[in-house]
Write a protein that binds this ligand. Sequence first.
Ligand code: MSP
Length: 509
Amino acid sequence: MKPSYYVTTPIYYVNDVPHIGHAYTTLAADVLARYKRLKGFDVFFLTGTDEHGQKVEKAANAAGETPLELADRVMKRFQSLWDKLEISYSDFIRTSQERHKKGVSEFFKRVQDKGDIYLGEYEDWYCTPCETFWTETQLIDFKCPDCNRPTEKLKEESYFFRMSKYQEALLAHIEANPDFIQPKSRRNEIISFVKEGLRDLSVSRTTFQWGIPVPENDKHIVYVWFDALTNYITALGYPDEEGNFSKYWPVDVHLIGKDILRFHTVYWPTFLLAAGLPLPKKVFAHGWWTVEGQKMSKSLQNVVEPNMLVDKYGVDAVRYFLLREVPFGLDGDFSHSALIHRINSDLANDLGNLLSRSTAMLNKYFGGVLPEPGAPTELDQALREKAEGMVTQVDSYLDELAFSRALQSIWEVISAGNKYIDETAPWTLAKDPAQKERLGTVMYHMLEAQRISFLLLSAFMPKTAEKGLCSLGVVGEPDQSSFTWGGLKAGTTISKAEALFPRIDEKAE
Ligand code: MSP
């Protein structure tokens, strides 16, 4: 039986249209899902939309439609963007779906039956955009400490979750599992937060309608974060604990942005502890993108629209750029010139050139038919070892979610391939008929190194990798032996490759 692997993205709010920040989390999850499938795992990759809550209710009112009409409209924009970005999700959950609502009610009920949810009264400061309550001391000038927007004082009857009861258990879990919260800086941040003390958490609201009613008291609506976080198990069929739930839970990794760390590493695990369910294996918080040095915002009109980027530069260039430019976990800045630079230098020059020059040479010197390699020299051996090392490195970097370093490892082989050609100078060998076997060995090494590179690249740039592998005459689905040197067979016909990436004229842009 294949080992299982479960990866999730946050579910996106439907009161906003998708931008590169959303695309980023989803792309990262897609690369992991594709890579794990390539490695023989049975992968479940979940994404979806977070449709309930006051924010969506208000946005719908303002647009003169029902919250569900708004959600139907916006969720399609997410789905069509994911199609365009070649996101290979297994399931798309919407919190307005019956399967989800049923699972949330049951989850709420189980925690309540355990005595960990009680009815009380709430008085605190609420930030509607963040859907978060704050105590007065946490506010800065009575504004939300996260987003700096005005908060309002709310007093209402509310159900509370006994989060305080799980403080020690959570801390013990974080300490016993160094990989649970990553990167490390985020883990430390959460440890200090938990050590300061956990308060019981309000988990219901009476101020709006659009949500899931509390079981047996429909005056109350389940708090949006309680509702939203539960998507990770309702999509697996919870409360049915057979089937997908038993196969995929606990999740291997929840990918999130740094802004929603506390919800995923304090709220969610304590809910799960109360419900007696295993905790996620890993929560990884990535950084935020700014645009040309500024925060992305509607009011600054600088929101980078991924559809436009894909139309202009192509899907794989965008996929490559977002994961290569900034180490996952750190903040990064988006600029068109940085993107164009990556396309021209990494994709057109390094990758595209290597494939086109090497397939052209094979066609010129061997009529496009791959010869049997002869005895390798040190140079050949070094290239082979580099390619073999890349397979191991990419695996361990992706295990750490170091996407950028994984790509760097692949590019080391691409550069080594280009250098290898310069050093072996096939054009000189070709002039001497006595060097025919040597020339064949060189052809074999330069092309086989690319085969393995494209195989690994297929997780990042599916279309480009397909084109590359197709040019190299690779057919059929890869299996575990595909990662081993020697996959290209002598006698294979290899056509002259078209340019993978045209250069972009930055000035004209
Ligand atoms: N609905 C909640 C998540 C619930 S998960 C149970 C939510 N939605 S969101 O649409 O506002 O944000 C989703 C993700 O997009 C978050 O991980 C957030 O970090 C990410 N990003 C939003 N803007 C971003 C940038 N500018 N840069 C990088 N990621 C950003 O939060």
